[in-house]
Design a protein around this ligand. Structure first.
Ligand code: MLT
Ligand code: ZN
Length: 450
């Protein structure tokens, strides 16, 4: 098997040494790990197809990996799989100005894609903190969200075409990028968010947006989550330039300040913090300042005028993930509820988690416009299942989803039934069987074991 793989992709691109494989085999959080049979690094779609054809013939299961920034254990092995790393598929096509689209290989990082778009005076619509490592393939596979969903939608909304390889090595290519295409099932939409369980995405045709360069960033402090949430409709109505609305709390802020050595943003501590960003052709500072004035429940506010000040405000929000992980390995639960339910969820989380694990330290932050909360729980790994069950059940009781933007992965597969009915799970299993009847791709990811 190893020799056959080496014949396909080159000797140096099949890694078998434990030390060399190690960085591929453990996820970013350190929570999910497993030994692969080998790590295979194909150079292009043809080699991906060759590798999958061989693995299928040999009965080997395959785990697919991009930048290994996933947070739900969806791209690391459990033991014995072939790990297919797509980082060498990093070709970026020229920006197609006529259609405002670009073709990117699965291994292109988000930061490279963003820089490439900007060099042609256009913008890519998705942004998130892991931009330097996260890859196009992983963003598509998880239907990634991030900080600009409010303005541009999530990853699926950016994908106008895909090239993907099925488990048997056959290649499916829909890369024309037609804005209107009524020929039946939306297979491109289906593969987006399928977490590598249906096919291996090798390239994507992506939508681009006009580039806007003037920005204003404000950090607001509120007396409650309810106040922070209640200002949203007025903000959306008065600020067409609103591009991000991010929520966090003093528990996360104090960890960020501790690990990044940052000063307090305000003289006093407050119940909830909302970071707003407006981006436009002309400076949105005045309209943002006007919209913020006179808000009910507003305790304090600061607006950054220059790029350095804006980066400093963003650091309070974007450093949450790293600062939490610097404290220990957290349980990470990415959930969403209808926005009106957010205050009730935030209030209920603390007591529910404490009942399942008294020592647990919950840190909550998220993307408020989508009702998307990242519930991170430190010091609770030994009560993992109990904590996960109370949090996800609470979310489900509010008509929420157990996965908003990170995917289900292996981490939440056993709880899929909280968000999907038996009819839906059966339909999803039928789709999986149609694409990958032998169960070669990403075993144990997304669909719970039968
Ligand atoms: C974020 O919003 O920062 C990301 O989803 C990462 C995380 O949840 O830790
Ligand atoms: Zn997020």
């Amino acid at each position: 098997m190893i020799d056959a793989l080496r014949a396909l992709v080159g000797h140096e691109h099949v890694l078998v040494d434990s030390d060399v494989k190690a960085s591929f085999e453990t996820d970013w959080t350190g929570r999910f790990t497993g030994a692969s049979q080998c790590v295979v690094r194909p150079a292009d779609t043809t080699q991906v197809a060759d590798v999958l054809r061989l693995c299928s013939a040999e009965g080997a299961q395959v785990v697919v990996q991009g930048g290994n920034t996933g947070l739900v254990g969806g791209s690391v092995p459990t033991g014995g799989e072939v790990l297919l790393s797509l980082t060498r598929l990093d070709e970026l096509g020229p920006v197609d100005v006529a259609s405002a689209q670009v073709t990117a290989g699965a291994g292109v990082t988000l930061a490279s894609l963003q820089a490439h778009a900007r060099s042609s005076d256009v913008e890519f619509g998705v942004d998130l903190a892991a931009r330097e490592s996260a890859t196009v393939g992983g963003l598509v596979a998880t239907n990634a969200g991030g900080i600009r969903v409010l303005r541009y939608g999530s990853m699926r909304a950016q994908v106008v075409g895909l090239e993907a390889v099925l488990a048997d090595g056959s290649v499916m290519s829909r890369m024309a990028g037609l804005a209107k295409d009524g020929t039946g099932y939306d297979l491109v939409g289906l593969l987006s968010g399928s977490e590598g369980t249906l096919a291996v995405v090798t390239a994507a045709r992506l939508r681009l947006w006009p580039r806007l360069t003037s920005r204003a960033v404000a950090l607001l402090a509120f007396d409650s989550t309810a106040s922070a949430v209640s200002v949203l409709p007025a903000l959306r109505a008065s600020l067409p330039s609103l591009s991000a609305a991010e929520l966090f709390y003093s528990s996360g802020l104090s960890l960020v300040r501790k690990h990044r050595g940052l000063p307090a943003p305000f003289p006093a501590e407050h119940a909830a913090y909302l970071l707003l960003e407006c981006i436009d052709r002309t400076d949105p500072f005045d309209e943002l300042a006007e919209a913020v004035g006179g808000m009910a429940g507003l305790m304090d506010a600061t607006v950054a005028v220059d790029a350095a000040g804006q980066r400093a405000l963003w650091a309070y929000r974007e450093s949450h993930t790293e600062s939490i992980s610097a404290e220990g390995v957290p349980i990470k639960l990415d959930v969403a509820v209808p926005v009106a339910c957010l205050p009730e969820l935030v209030d209920a989380l603390g007591p529910a988690i404490a009942a399942a694990c008294p020592e647990a330290r919950p840190i909550v932050f998220g993307h408020v416009n989508e009702g998307n909360l990242h519930v991170n729980v430190l010091d609770a790994l030994d009560r993992h299942d109990e904590v996960t069950t109370v949090v996800l059940s609470l979310v489900a009781s509010m008509s929420g989803t157990i996965s908003s933007e990170h995917g289900v992965g292996r981490a939440k597969a056993p709880w899929l039934g909280l968000s999907r009915s038996p009819v839906e799970v059966d339909a999803m299993r039928a789709v999986k069987h149609a694409f990958d009847p032998a169960g070669v791709l990403n075993p144990g990811v997304l669909l719970p074991a039968l």
